[in-house]
Write a protein that binds this ligand. Structure first.
Ligand code: ZN
Length: 165
């Protein structure tokens, strides 16, 4: 049986243009550079027909297989320029700097550094930066209901003292 990989996000620049990328047998590491320089990345969204600077999906960069993660940097006084929802993935937005508003099914809620929002697939969502500083955020999405183990049961201690030599 052949496995069909899902289509990758239309990042620019491409994976090979990420600052640094190290691939080992059990890891993929990528250095995308300084957060304030994230605008060197972006996506050309095929469905929206818009170019979104400061947004970079990590699926291809990190060879992700179970979740989608993206960095986003929203310029001062700018909105994500469209509404969207999902077919099967729930989404978590983690706002790490700035102030703004989150809009979900027409409800508008203030957000700021340290705000986390979980949205079910059907929620119609967008966000905007209402402040004078860039708003940095991370979006994680994974199939709703697919999580079978939590940290407390999935994490397994490995014996031995930690050394760094
Ligand atoms: Zn989404």
């Amino acid at each position: 049986m052949t496995e069909t990989a899902p289509p990758r996000s239309p990042n620019f620049p491409q994976r090979s243009e990420v600052h640094e990328r190290i691939v080992g047998p059990n890891f993929t590491l990528a250095k995308l550079g300084k957060i304030e320089e994230l605008t060197r990345y972006g996506i050309r969204h095929p469905l929206v027909g818009a170019t979104i600077p400061g947004k970079v999906f990590l699926n291809e960069v990190l060879d992700l297989t179970a979740m989608e993660i993206s960095f986003g940097l929203l310029a001062p006084h700018r909105s994500i320029p469209f509404y969207h929802k999902h077919k099967q993935n729930e989404e978590v937005y983690l706002f790490l700097s700035g102030v703004g508003e989150y809009q979900i099914d027409g409800e508008i809620i203030p957000i700021s550094e340290g705000t986390a929002v979980r949205v079910a697939p059907d929620g119609v969502r967008t966000a905007r930066n209402t402040g004078d500083e860039p708003m940095f955020y991370i979006v994680i999405q994974a199939k709703q209901g697919s999580l079978e183990q939590w940290t407390g049961t999935d994490g397994v201690p490995v014996p031995g003292a930690v050394t760094w030599e």
